[in-house]
Design a protein around this ligand. Structure first.
Ligand SMILES: Cc1ncc(COP(=O)(O)O)c(C=O)c1O
Length: 422
């Protein structure tokens, strides 16, 4: 899949060999406004050409204030302050420190299957042990509970040892897992009761990916902190943000002595701030939230129709344009034998063959989830058209039909298996 791309525009990628690839991955939810949006490029160019203050570290950066205000206004609730950084992981690191300082507790609670990033703090709360192997010792006092399980959450919170419950509103890499409607309301009430901060990792779900500015809105929760990254940059300049309540901000930064107690050189840099402001403007002027809901419903309906009856397809699920197709071991022996044999060689094998076929035979870019290899992502840029949706659905249906009927699908898998074993 490593081809040489020459131009990337909207939802389409053009290679040096003259191929056109349709993007249904969006760089794991980075490209909500599409690739190289002209308005974001113009804003960044204007910022560069203005020769304004950048990274002075000695004054209040106005653009950072502007972006903080815009983000907090949209997030609502108790979120009135922002800390900026350059990646999702850095945002999670900040949230961990802020939560510990605010609560004077050390414990961190997270959900199994979660993906929060690969720096040491974030890695300490990753839902799969695989990512941690060889990098320890990591942070102490972290504990995992099953996602979407209120009783387990209460059992842990009751100990009053946890500074924060850090959780994705929808587990993206965990397999596009959508919680039950009541889960976050209950989680919020429990967190308040036991003095634990509710921190939502909206790195993939935020910025209108699921229709609303934050996925939190869909669950009517009012978190203590929210981490944003990925799509906030417009796909061009790295930036992340931690939105927090006044109380958290004051407890950490609220004295002259501690006014710069957690910061970073590239935090608040003018290019990133400008990119964030321009991205918000595009998301809203093009109604990309509403379009995510409409296109997501269409994509989901068409996928369900096209994949109905295939033994290897378990479910199509998700919200807005964060959808996943879950595969499962087939019932019939003829199909189950190769499916399970390849799963034994590597659990990602089946999904990777589907991904490769989509890319090579149909010019579609997508991937399986990082913590759940049986789920294929369907997450295009939010302005995806009906024709592009039809193209994707037809391609997926074709590959799945092939997996059920053709020996060629499994002989390809054999080639990949050989490389996996070597
Ligand atoms: C939900 C979530 N949180 C945090 C991160 C870490 O973000 P970054 O890769 O920018 O450090 C990711 C990255 O994929 C993510 O999906």
């Amino acid at each position: 899949m490593n081809v040489r791309y020459e131009r990337c525009l909207g939802g389409e990628l053009f290679t040096a060999e003259g191929r056109r690839i349709l993007d249904f991955l969006s760089g794991y939810c980075v490209h909500n406004v599409g690739h190289n949006h002209p308005a974001v490029i113009a804003a960044i160019r204007e910022e560069l050409e203005s020769c304004g203050p950048a990274m002075l570290q000695s004054h209040v950066a106005e653009r950072a204030g502007e972006l903080a205000e815009q983000l907090c206004r949209r997030a609502g609730g108790r979120l009135t302050k922002a800390f900026f950084a350059s990646s999702g992981s850095e945002g999670i690191e900040a949230a961990i420190k802020l939560a510990r300082a605010n609560t004077k507790r050390s414990g961190l609670l997270y959900a199994k299957g979660a993906f929060h990033g690969l720096t040491c703090g974030a890695l300490s709360i990753m839902g799969e042990a695989f990512w941690r192997l060889g990098f320890g010792p990591l942070l102490p006092d972290t504990e995992a509970i099953p996602f979407d399980d209120v009783d387990e959450l209460e059992n842990k919170l009751r100990t009053r040892q946890f500074a924060a419950f850090i959780v994705e509103p929808i587990q993206s890499e965990g397999g596009v897992r959508v919680p039950t409607a009541e889960y976050f309301r209950a989680a919020q009430a429990l967190c308040r009761r036991y003095g634990t901060l509710l921190v939502l990792d909206e790195v993939q779900t935020g910025m209108y990916r699921v229709g609303t500015f934050l996925a939190a809105e869909r669950y009517a929760v009012d978190p203590d902190m929210v981490v944003l990254a990925k799509a906030l940059s417009g796909g061009l300049i790295p930036v992340s943000a931690v939105l927090m309540s006044e109380a958290i901000y004051d407890s950490v930064y609220g004295s002259l002595r501690r006014a710069i107690i957690h910061t970073s050189t590239f935090s608040e840099n003018s290019l990133a701030m400008r990119a964030g402001l321009a991205t918000l403007e595009v998301l809203e002027s093009e109604n990309l939230g509403r379009r995510a809901i409409q296109s997501g419903a269409l994509l989901r309906r068409k996928l369900v129709e096209a994949l109905r009856g295939y033994e290897m397809v378990k479910e199509v699920r998700g919200e807005g344009l964060l959808l996943g197709i879950e595969f499962t071991s087939p019932r019939s022996l003829r199909l189950r034998v190769p499916f399970e044999a390849f799963m034994k060689i590597h659990p990602a094998m089946f999904g990777q063959i589907v991904v490769m076929r989509l890319f090579r035979d149909h010019g579609i870019l997508t991937q399986i989830c990082g913590n759940n290899f049986l789920v294929l992502k369907a997450a295009p840029p939010l302005a995806v058209t009906e024709e592009q949706i039809e193209e994707f659905v037809a391609a997926v249906a074709d590959v799945i039909e092939m997996a059920h009927t053709s020996g060629a699908f499994w002989s390809e898998a054999l080639g990949l298996a050989r490389r996996a074993i070597i």
